[in-house]
Design a protein around this ligand. Structure first.
Ligand code: UTP
Length: 234
């Protein structure tokens, strides 16, 4: 049975317009039902988004230690994971009732469930890295990272209006853009450099795309043509 690993950035759960929210959750459910019906296993790794940033900022009033701040961020990712988990259980998908705390545990849960939803695991990286580790541990060679930007750019498109979108690149090209890391608690990057390093060591291909477009996400999962960035080994 094919296993697909999908990282959903936390911002995807909270589209600005309420109407889009209903639509996005509806399309995500449809996609999960369809893929489950086609005998696929699905591993969703959910980011912390706004609640993570808010919680980390709040904790920073008293705490400076990165390990502790990361622990706060992880709690937010697990909150968001619970939202997706319950959303998929609600339409009758065979979803693990446990939100695993490690990617090993998640990989084992695939023995008894078609869908496993999780958030962060341990301090020092983001859910991008968790998704790559879950791909490695569940025997998938490919991991889709769905965010709210369309591609990886050669520089930060929020700061540089001339930034160019990249359609295909190697892991080491990506590492040049992201830097070596690690990121600070709550800090964001095109892709977490730790995720890129783990992808290099286990040969996992990564697709980066805008997860607001579920049809495009589904194309990437299915290995069809998609709009976004494909990151491969040399
Ligand atoms: P995210 O995975 O949500 O960060 O983790 P992100 O990719 O920047 O955010 P999205 O994609 O917009 O949601 C949020 C924070 O939680 C901690 C880190 O502090 C991270 O910045 N975290 C998360 C960990 O320490 N370990 C994990 O495994 C996951």
């Amino acid at each position: 049975m094919t296993t697909h690993i999908i990282a959903l950035g936390g911002s995807l759960l909270r589209p600005e317009e309420a109407e889009k929210r209903v639509q996005w959750f509806g399309q995500l459910r449809q996609m999960a039902v369809l893929l489950e019906g086609n005998d696929r296993k699905l591993g969703f790794v959910i980011g912390g988004g706004l609640p993570a940033r808010e919680a980390i900022d709040l904790a920073k009033t008293n705490v400076t230690d990165s390990y502790r701040l990361d622990t706060v961020g992880i709690a937010a990712t697990r909150l968001n994971a619970t939202i997706i988990q319950q959303t998929l259980i609600d339409i009758g998908c065979n979803v693990s009732p446990i939100i695993p705390k490690t990617t090993d545990e998640a990989a084992e849960l695939f023995d008894s469930h078609n869908i496993v939803v999780m958030g962060g695991t341990s301090p020092g990286h983001t859910t991008d890295a968790v998704a790559v580790a879950l791909a490695r541990d569940s025997g998938a060679s490919y991991c889709v990272i769905a965010t709210n930007v369309s591609h990886v750019y050669d520089s930060d498109p929020r700061k540089n209006p001339d930034a160019k979108a990249i359609e295909e690149m190697t892991h080491s090209d990506l590492l040049q853009i992201t830097g070596e890391g690690p990121l600070q608690p709550g800090e964001s990057a095109a892709v977490d450099p730790i995720a890129v390093k783990w992808a290099i060591s286990s040969g996992i291909r990564i697709a980066v795309l805008d997860g607001r477009d579920i049809e495009n996400l589904e194309n990437a999962i299915e290995g069809k043509e998609f709009s976004g960035t494909l990151v491969k080994s040399e």
